[in-house]
Design a protein around this ligand. Structure first.
Ligand code: ADP
Ligand code: MG
Length: 295
């Protein structure tokens, strides 16, 4: 064809499921030497399911009431964990009281008013003090030990229960990690807001050994900046609102498109439009092939 190599690379990447927003973006993908992957929705399918309902003693709630309370607060959120909580409540046919005054803190959780109470749902480490005798602690440890994401539910500032949520690796995660390792000469690093225990277990299954867990959005940015200060060119791959600052800070940013947040899609340089992680190494390869044609 008479198309310039980078434009045909963009077209080919599109066929492989990655939409690059410009020729500059397409060109940069071939230069990356460090890949940072988000966990939930990026390395995992992003369709997690609620597996455990654990109301705490003294809360006056049973499992169904705990789930309904959490789902009401989570209803406006686009986070994959929020969608799991709402889906679980719907499956059980639970009525969801209308929530008001909704707000969300990326990487932490949500707050809303439900039936006159302030309800918070999110990371136990962020929402609750970690005192050894705190009643939620044994439940959280047990769930995380089993590879689950433990989500705390608070009513008017007090823990009333914990939900266990499980997600699966994407079917192409192992092959993608191997391909990116071969392309860049180093294994990708996992950057996640989730807990360390669940993150390490999942990373190991995918062939990743370097894991940074419990990160806030700004911590993901700091990790990217630290590598770039060493002269590395970082490709960040993520899907969430919590990933947007790191997608913007990185030399190159790719968002997972199917369930990705609007903010991530806008911020990223390229978007995976078919729901396949393997499109990422394919785009890197196409960029390098185009460079050989240009030179
Ligand atoms: P990741 O980096 O793996 O994509 P996030 O940064 O989005 O994860 O979330 C980090 C943690 O914050 C989650 O593991 C969860 O504990 C908590 N969290 C964030 N948003 C929500 C939410 N809407 N509902 C429940 N928990 C949440
Ligand atoms: Mg995510």
């Amino acid at each position: 064809s008479t198309m310039p190599p980078l434009l045909s690379a963009i077209a080919n990447a599109g066929r492989h499921g990655v939409l690059a927003k410009s020729a500059v973006v397409m060109e940069r993908l071939g230069h990356v030497d460090t890949v940072a992957l988000d966990k939930t929705g990026t390395l995992t399918e992003g369709t997690p399911r609620v597996t455990d309902l654990r109301p705490l003693r003294g809360s006056g709630l049973d499992g169904a009431a705990l789930l309904a309370l959490a789902a009401s607060a989570e209803h406006p959120s686009e986070h994959p964990l929020a969608r799991a909580v709402v889906a679980a409540a719907r499956e059980r046919g639970l009525p969801l009281p209308e929530a008001g005054e909704f707000s969300s803190a990326p990487g932490q959780g949500v707050t809303a008013t439900v039936g006159g109470h302030t309800v918070q749902v999110g990371a136990p480490s962020r929402l609750l003090p970690d005192a050894a005798d705190a009643p939620h602690r044994a439940v959280v440890a047990e769930l995380e030990e089993a590879g689950r994401t433990a989500v705390a539910v608070l009513r008017d500032g007090a823990a009333v229960g914990v939900l266990g949520i499980a997600d699966r690796l994407r079917p192409d995660a192992v092959a993608t990690v191997a391909a990116l390792t071969a392309l860049t000469g180093r294994a990708p690093v996992l950057l996640t807001g989730d807990n360390e225990r669940a993150a390490r277990r999942l990373a190991a299954e995918a062939g990743i050994t370097e894991v940074r867990a419990g990160l806030l959005p700004e911590d993901k940015v700091a990790a990217v900046r630290a590598w770039e200060a060493e002269g590395r060119r970082v490709l960040m791959v993520g899907d969430g609102v919590n990933d947007a600052p790191a997608l913007a800070a990185a030399y190159s940013g790719i968002a997972m498109g199917r369930a990705g947040s609007d903010l991530a899609l806008e911020t990223a340089d390229a978007v995976v439009v078919r729901d396949e992680l393997a499109a990422v190494p394919a785009a890197v390869r196409l960029s390098r092939a185009a460079r050989r044609l240009v030179l």
